[in-house]
Design a protein around this ligand. Structure first.
Ligand code: ZN
Length: 155
């Protein structure tokens, strides 16, 4: 399904998170979890380099913060917005958190698990299906990544 104007506005917050990852040399990926009332209840950026934690992807960081804010593991009625298509680990975490909606920006043709390489969010054999809205401000989200990898190659 195409993203809505509201989804694209929320992507602003995820893009801002992604940009802060640059300060620690992390791949610029950002995520936010929006609560049922439309307020931000979790934010995260990729901080693998900053924390030395292989599981510190933007989505997992944001989901942990949102669950702490809500006070339980179920994030029913929430929307996760992320600049890059979730990987297998993050898509798994989204399913486990029972998040009903995911909005993402750029496709990850190498490791995406939300419609490109795998589709864990809409895997019929799992007990939870997620509504997926790809390509929200795709060009901006993708440019952050291509600029990052381009500058690393030339630097
Ligand atoms: Zn991930």
């Amino acid at each position: 399904m195409p993203p809505t104007a509201q989804h694209e506005a929320w992507m602003d917050l995820a893009l801002a998170e992604a940009r802060t990852a640059l300060s620690t040399g992390d791949v610029p990926i950002g995520a936010v979890v929006i609560g049922p009332d439309g307020t931000v209840i979790g934010t995260g950026r990729n901080e693998r380099e900053a924390s030395g934690d292989p599981t510190a992807h933007a989505e997992v960081v944001a989901i942990r913060q949102a669950a702490a804010a809500v006070g339980e593991w179920r994030l029913e009625g929430c929307t996760l917005v992320v600049t890059l298509e979730p990987c297998a680990m993050c898509a798994g975490a989204i399913v486990l958190a029972r998040i009903p909606r995911v909005v993402f920006g750029a496709w990850d043709e190498k490791a995406g698990a939300s419609g490109s390489v795998f589709d864990i969010l809409r895997e019929r054999r799992l007990n939870h299906w997620v509504e997926v809205f790809p390509e929200a401000r795709e060009a901006e989200c993708a440019k952050l990544l291509t600029d990052f990898f381009g500058s690393r190659r030339s630097g």
